[in-house]
Write a protein that binds this ligand. Structure first.
Ligand SMILES: [Cu+2]
Length: 444
């Protein structure tokens, strides 16, 4: 284990000894510095010319909804970060807590941010019960910094702290995750986003968001995700939160918005659909897409192991849904067993079954829209299959769902509440006069 104080001192000495020059120099990525031995902790920490974040004014930090940014200090021109892989207590949505694995107390791990050309040194401490590594997904790196356990480095065993160092050569939305026991470790929540901002941005976004897509199997009533699951994922998350646990994306009308989306789910790609806008896919984890090659979209397919940046000008105020378009991915803890009840004539069925099963209730025979709303008791530590109360009615989606809230007069980026629709712009029940005038015959 490395204490905070030891870490500061280690960072100070390593930074001083290595004499790393500006990271953007061409040879920086060619020569990796030999790993320094951890220095004795008696050395004075003030040798460090360290500065606390935020020191870098060259970019506007991204917002990670429900998440955090990883702090760093600059030592001898190198940005020094520290990730600690460890078991974490995590709330997936109100009512559903679990024992996950994460970095620095959270899943996904804090978002790392740097600028194209930056030299970064990242310490990784393993507080898991098994070995791990960190792979810098999408980065162009010296082979020995890749983080594939066994292939590129030896494992980081429990209690050890490893040191990665490389230059962020290319801008992009990247990810980090273990490359040891991948199924278990990523399935338990070890994943994070790593953003490298453009040194000379083609276009500076007014608001930037970072969202990691994941999927979990949490048996009803259990606290521990089951990483052995291959098909039946029942908690689908954005930044490890299922709606209604997801924080809205709050934007002022007219702002240029960039949303960086990564997917480290075990088995599923996610078509992320944004309402209200035509956006453009402006970058992948392979880097920026030339403007001439971008095309308009309303749904971005983010496959496992991919990232996509989408951009648009938020010129339409409102509450706009953003969600995975797989309908099963906007459900919470849904069971897939049992008969299909749609169309079943259930009249009197409950009365006949109740002598055998007290409290029995036929469900789903008229569709499942009311599954969340009817407020049925759910087992301890589990969440209703669907959604939450909205402004106009119940929102019948859970899981991988959030809301983009665009407002004219924002004074802060706190949740502004529900959108106040201008009079006459909300769909409503048709009147008899209207139906008659338009020649529509509807049952009354
Ligand atoms: Cu999905």
């Amino acid at each position: 284990m490395v204490s905070r104080r030891q870490f500061i001192e280690t960072a100070a000495l390593v930074g001083g000894a290595a004499l790393v020059t500006r990271a953007s120099q061409a040879d920086a990525q060619q020569h990796e510095h030999p790993p320094s031995r951890p220095p004795p902790s008696t050395l004075p920490a003030q040798k460090a010319q360290s500065t606390q974040r935020p020191a870098d004014r060259r970019y506007r930090p991204v917002v990670t909804p429900n998440g955090a940014a990883l702090p760093y200090r600059t030592v001898g021109g190198v940005k020094v970060f520290h990730l600690v892989a460890e078991p974490v207590q995590h709330e997936f949505a109100p009512g559903l807590k679990g024992e996950a694995w994460g970095y620095n107390g959270r899943t996904p791990g804090p978002t790392i941010e740097a600028v194209e050309g930056d030299r970064v040194r990242i310490y990784v401490t393993n507080r898991l019960p098994e070995p791990t590594t960190v792979h810098w997904h999408g980065f162009i790196l010296p082979n020995g910094m890749e983080g594939v356990g066994g292939l590129n480095q030896r494992y980081i065993r429990p209690g050890e702290t490893f040191r990665y160092e490389f230059t962020c050569r290319f801008p992009g939305t990247y990810m980090y995750h273990p490359h040891v026991d991948e199924m278990t470790q990523m399935g338990m929540g070890l994943q994070g986003l790593f953003i490298v901002h453009e040194l000379r941005p083609r276009r500076r976004a007014d608001r930037e968001f970072a969202i990691m897509l994941s999927e979990w199997m949490i048996p009803i009533g259990a606290r521990r995700p089951d990483p052995r699951e291959m098909q039946e994922f029942n908690v689908l998350t954005m930044n490890s939160k299922a709606f209604p646990g997801t924080e809205p994306l709050v934007v002022r009308t007219g702002q240029h918005v960039r949303i960086r989306i990564g997917n480290l789910s075990a088995m599923h790609n996610h078509p992320i659909h944004l309402h209200g806008y035509h956006f453009k896919i402006t970058a992948t984890d392979g880097g920026p897409i030339p403007e001439s090659a971008q095309w308009p979209e309303t749904t971005a397919l983010v496959s496992v192991g991919q990232t996509r940046d989408i951009e648009f000008v938020a010129d339409a105020p409102g509450d706009w849904a953003m969600h995975c378009h797989f309908t099963h991915h906007v459900m919470n803890q849904m069971g897939h067993e049992g008969p299909n009840m749609i169309g079943v004539r259930a009249d009197g069925l409950d009365q006949r079954v109740r002598p055998l099963l007290p409290g029995y209730m036929t469900m789903g025979h008229a569709g499942m829209a009311a599954m969340g709303e009817m407020g049925m008791p759910v087992p301890r530590n589990s969440i209703p299959m669907k959604g939450a109360q909205g402004k106009h009615d119940y929102i019948d989606m859970g899981g991988m769902f959030t809301v983009l809230k665009v407002r004219d007069n924002l004074t802060s980026y706190e949740d502004p509440g529900w959108y106040d629709n201008p009079p006459g712009t909300v769909a409503r029940q048709a009147t008899a006069v209207e139906l008659r005038a338009d020649g529509v015959q509807a049952p009354s």
